[in-house]
Write a protein that binds this ligand. Sequence first.
Ligand SMILES: [Zn+2]
Ligand SMILES: [Zn+2]
Length: 330
Amino acid sequence: MNDLKLGTEDNRGYWRPNKPIRYPNVFIWPPSLFGILRWIPKYLFPWAFIYALLSVGVFFFLTPPIEAMKSMSISWIGLIFLRNVALLITIVGIQHYWLYIRKSQGTVFKYNRKWPQDRNSSFTFNNQTKDNIFWSLVSGVPIWTMWESIAWWLYANGHIAQLTIGANPMWFVLLWFLVPLLHELHFYCVHRLIHVPWIYKHVHHIHHRNTNPGPWSGLSMHPIEHLLYFSGTLIYFIVPAHPIHFLNVGMLAGLSPAQGHTGFDRVVTGEESTFHLPYYAHYLHHRYFEVNYADGSIPLDRWFGTFHDGSDEAGEKLKQRRIKMNQKRK
Ligand SMILES: [Zn+2]
Ligand SMILES: [Zn+2]
């Protein structure tokens, strides 16, 4: 498959899609009913739906009984930890194997034609993948499990408002629909915070060493970043929620970053390319640092002047912004 029909490659080996990144016509004024109706299926399918379904499966088949979770115990927390490790290794591993070990589609639709170097001294163990796996498993999964276990313990003991499907079916569905949007909003707030220079230097730089990211880069973060990033669960301590809601946000936060960091725009399947992943925005964040802090449908970066749509004009704007910032510093 030739990706030059849908994009261009510059002389430094960076491929970019021809179409600039666009926000859906949802968070606009005056509101557009047509825009919202067109956006809902794209918002839900396939990924939000897949993660929602996964959280239902995990709730019924891969979670210890609620009675056991009334007291904190290593036995049930350990089981949740092992389940999260297994999910992460399976889902991230498949993407890494397909794109970076088997190299099934070569560099077709890869934003940076270069492969990550085998040896790279800016990473622990001199290796990007090993370093990313280390931070994901040693810090990411334990902290994800910690937030989830606190939620379960509070829920099992009735310390947080409980929601039952039978009593509040409308609120159950509405909140479930909002889970990915709330995650997006929370991620944006945390992400802006960790770009404050001091915090960036001591915390977020771990993630940003991945200038040429791969699936394992997604959850490669400093423990403090993990603590903040997975704290999205807190929302469900406050609003009345069902465990499926906080499980869903855990699945999204834990597993979906791999997709956003594959470094590829599309997955090629036979003669077709599918799953147009609107992840060019986050790739640009890894390349230029001060753009595209948000992920998804809410045009936060456009509102706050940090949006880069991939075009030359946006590149020029960023240059001017950097010149102004440097002048201010002087
Ligand atoms: Zn960042
Ligand atoms: Zn990232």
